[in-house]
Design a protein around this ligand. Structure first.
Ligand code: SF4
Length: 139
C-alpha cells in the first residue's frame, strides 16, 4: 500500500508529528521497540522485537519446557505468548502463519504507521520476494 510519497516534505512533517504519538502509545501498550515495520497483527498483538534474538518467524529451538525464554529464563517466550494470544483474537488469528521478511534495521526508530502509508515497510531484499510471493499464493 502506497498512499503517500516516501521523501516528500509533507511526509517528513507527518513523521515528526506521528512518531512521538506512536512511540508513547505503543511503548505503553505493547512494549514496542520502534522497529518501524510493525507486525503486531500477525503476532497476537505481541511485539516480536521483545524476543532477545529479534526473531520474526516463531521461536528458536531454545524455548524451555515451561514456555519460558532460553536467554531470560524468568520471562515467557514472546512466541509462546504470540501463538496463545493469536488464538484468542477475533480477527487476524491466522496471520501468525504468514512468512515474515527479515527485519530492515534501516527503519529502526521510524514510524511504522508512516512506513505503512509510504509503502517503505513493503520493500524487502530481492532474494525474499519469491518466498513471500509463494507464501501469499499458498493462502
Ligand atoms: S513490531 Fe515493531 S513497531 Fe510493532 S510493536 Fe514491535 S517494535 Fe513496535
Amino acid at each position: 500500500m502506497k498512499l503517500i510519497s516516501e521523501n516528500s516534505t509533507s511526509t517528513k512533517v507527518l513523521e515528526r508529528v506521528i512518531l512521538p504519538i506512536e512511540k508513547i502509545g505503543k511503548e505503553i501498550m505493547f512494549d514496542c521497540r520502534m522497529c518501524g515495520q510493525c507486525i503486531l497483527h500477525s503476532t497476537g498483538l505481541t511485539c516480536p522485537m521483545r524476543c532477545p534474538k529479534n526473531l520474526r518467524n516463531g521461536p528458536c529451538g531454545g524455548v524451555r519446557p515451561n514456555g519460558n525464554c532460553e536467554v531470560y529464563p524468568d520471562k515467557p517466550c514472546v512466541w509462546v505468548q504470540a501463538i496463545e494470544r493469536s488464538a484468542r483474537l477475533p480477527i487476524w488469528r491466522d496471520n501468525i502463519y504468514r512468512l515474515q521478511p527479515p527485519v530492515d534495521w534501516q527503519l529502526q526508530d521510524t514510524s511504522s504507521w508512516v512506513n505503512l502509508f509510504t509503502g517503505r515497510d513493503s520493500v524487502h531484499p530481492p532474494g525474499w520476494r519469491g518466498a513471500l510471493d509463494a507464501d501469499r499464493e499458498a493462502r
